[in-house]
Design a protein around this ligand. Structure first.
Ligand SMILES: Nc1ncnc2c1ncn2[C@@H]1O[C@H](COP(=O)(O)OP(=O)(O)OP(=O)(O)O)[C@@H](O)[C@H]1O
Length: 257
């Protein structure tokens, strides 16, 4: 089993002008295959937390451990999906995806075929020779999803990946990402400002306090809701009550976003 563990993670940024305590004493365990959402007021340290989990930032104190079930030779621990797709405009969709494999140093005939299968599975096979500007925003985010899945990471970090999309595309992509990650039994951490999205996609919702971000409260999503596709989950009888509970809690923190 792979488990992500954060123990008393604290991070302070120090610049020439000031020191900012971004996160304080974050302890959290995320189990294999679990989907966690992080909610919290703007600037409370959500992206900082993902960067620490990804190993891009070292905590000032505390530690993070992640053990994967994959064997060391195919070990690729972390995949990132962001609000912007960061596709290179001068490369085709296929070349953009293969570049992701090359950057990670895992490009081979086997990984190329694996990536092409994902492209097909997510309905983009006929777009592989297109350039990013020939695709809609939703399609480009699907390409970003393929690029992440192609490297076969054990842990998926999703930093507001749907927030730049129109509402309908966002709801469709939420279902697709949820279905894909659940089918692959991937562990995922989603940063979002959307309470509904957090409820609809997750097993647990972690609410952070205003900066310095601390864990204010963790909401367990009832199993019957957590197992339902996000679009349907929003119509589940338990959804509204949970939404209001989290909304009120965020209001009590002095912010709704
Ligand atoms: N590189 C940096 N140097 C100094 N301070 C930083 C740096 N990156 C972030 N911060 C500060 O740390 C705090 C947390 O930032 P972070 O981006 O993690 O918050 P967030 O919750 O993701 O914000 P938002 O919801 O607005 O995206 C903020 O006060 C931010 O200004």
């Amino acid at each position: 089993m792979s488990t992500l563990q954060l123990h008393e993670v604290t991070l302070g940024y120090v610049t020439k002008r000031e020191a900012t305590l971004a996160l304080e004493s974050i302890s959290l365990e995320v189990k294999d295959g679990e989907f966690i959402s992080i909610l919290g007021p703007s600037g409370c340290g959500k992206t900082t937390l993902l960067s620490i989990i990804a190993g891009l930032l070292k905590p000032t104190s505390g530690h993070v451990s992640f053990q994967s079930v994959q064997s060391p030779e195919e070990e690729n621990q972390v995949g990132y999906m962001l609000q912007q797709d960061y596709l290179f405009p001068w490369r085709t969709i296929e070349d953009n995806i293969m570049l992701g494999l090359k950057i990670k140093g895992i490009y081979s005939e086997k990984t190329k075929q694996f990536a092409l299968r994902w492209l097909e599975q997510l309905g983009l096979a006929d777009k592989k020779n297109f350039y990013p500007n020939q695709l809609s925003g939703g399609m480009r985010q699907r390409v970003a999803l393929v690029r992440m899945l192609a490297t076969n990471p054990s842990l998926m970090l999703l930093d507001e990946p749907f927030s730049a999309l129109d509402y309908q595309t966002k709801l469709k992509l939420e279902d697709l990402v949820y279905q894909t990650l659940k089918a692959e039994k991937k562990t995922a951490i989603l940063v979002t400002h959307d309470i509904g999205e957090a409820i609809a996609m997750s097993d647990r919702v972690v609410l952070l306090s205003p900066r310095p971000g601390r864990i204010h409260r963790i909401f367990d999503i009832p199993v019957e809701l957590a197992k339902t596709l996000p679009f349907e989950a929003r119509q589940h009888p338990n959804y509204n009550g949970l939404f209001q509970m989290i909304w009120k809690e965020m209001e009590s923190l002095g912010s709704t976003s």
